[in-house]
Write a protein that binds this ligand. Structure first.
Ligand code: AVJ
Length: 330
């Protein structure tokens, strides 16, 4: 039942590959080639990310899950209106499989909170799985899933009247460049009132070897996740990327907190696209930058909040100080 409630993205376009095509054309014609990590998440990419979350090296998911378990009561209290009878929306941007959110949902339901959970994600398959499992595990919960990207989600939230608690977990915020992050947070904060709450998950700076290993795991799942972008482009844009001549490469800069992932062209090669006359040349060891995963410090988070016109109300961390879920308000 819930699956049928999944609304289409607010943008309807005749050619479903148009956005991807324009993006790839623009990204691969830059002097430093780049593609957005947003395009990782087709159904196969979402499945691979599920596998990443279960890897021994990929600590963020497990850590944030533990953090949520540890602070469940305090987080629930901080997010819900003080008047227990007042209804509210709990919106989650990039909900994915919602595993850690279930801890919070259960806590809120048990406390008798009156709320509607609105998970937003670009993967219809991921949302579908989430809606199904919620219906089975928490049948009393009101759920209104929405398939949308972040830009659509911002409009959606501004349009929804009433009190809101917004979740942006999993260090998804780390994917933005600093400029895009600031713009996104300002837009997110804009329509919020002083009664609304925002909980954002930030992965913290730590032993650089621990961070590096999380993005270059020994089983090669992260590499497969990165390669999937090329498979997707081959399939959807009729390109001929030969995966035998591409490598996953990633580095962490402890000075800037940036993990950057690349697809490296291991030799000089030309890639063709279905569209006549469209091809792209790559030099040997030329890189396509495919993802940022920024890591933060506490002072950096304070600064980011302030710049977006938000205050840090509470700072929740795990025992190792690996990850922070930060409660923000106007
Ligand atoms: C889903 C964006 C939080 O950056 O850690 C995992 C995605 N990329 N391994 C991250 C990802 C490579 C992940 N986020």
């Amino acid at each position: 039942v819930l699956a049928t409630e999944v609304a289409p993205s607010s943008i309807t376009i005749a050619d479903p590959n148009l956005l991807l095509r324009e993006h790839v054309r623009e990204g691969l014609s830059r002097p430093f080639k780049a593609l957005s990590s947003m395009y990782f998440y087709d159904d196969e990419g979402s499945r691979l990310f599920q596998q990443i979350m279960a890897l021994p090296e990929y600590y963020p998911t497990r850590t944030e899950f533990a953090l949520f378990s540890r602070h469940r009561a305090a987080i629930a209290r901080a997010l819900r209106p003080q008047n227990p009878a007042e209804p509210f929306f709990l919106l989650e941007l990039g909900a994915g499989d919602g595993l850690k959110t279930k801890i919070l949902l259960r806590e809120l339901l048990e406390a008798g909170a009156d709320f509607t959970y609105v998970p937003v994600d670009i993967s219809a398959a991921a949302l579908d799985g989430l809606a199904r499992s919620l219906q089975a595990e928490l049948p009393a919960l009101r759920v209104e899933p929405v398939v949308a990207d972040y830009a659509d989600a911002l409009g959606l939230m501004a349009a929804r009247p009433g009190r809101k608690a917004v979740l942006f977990l999993g260090s998804n915020i780390g994917n933005f460049s600093p400029e895009d992050r600031q713009q996104f947070l300002q837009r997110l904060a804009g329509p919020l009132t002083p009664d609304d709450r925002l909980l954002i998950g930030f992965d913290l700076q730590k032993d650089p070897r621990v961070i590096r290993a999380a993005y270059d795991d020994s089983q090669g799942v992260t590499a497969a996740f990165n390669y999937n972008l090329l498979h997707r482009i081959n399939r959807e844009l009729g390109a001929d990327f030969d995966l035998a001549h591409w490598q996953h490469y990633t580095d962490y800069n402890p000075l800037t907190g940036a993990v950057r992932s690349f697809l490296a062209s291991t030799r000089a090669q030309t890639v063709h696209f279905a569209e006549p006359g469209w091809s792209v040349d790559f030099r040997a060891w030329e890189m396509i930058h495919t993802e940022n995963s920024f890591k933060f410090t506490r002072p950096a988070i304070e600064g980011i909040a302030q710049e977006a016109g938000l205050q840090v109300a509470e700072f929740f961390t795990d025992e190792q100080d690996y990850f922070a879920d930060v409660l923000l308000r106007k």
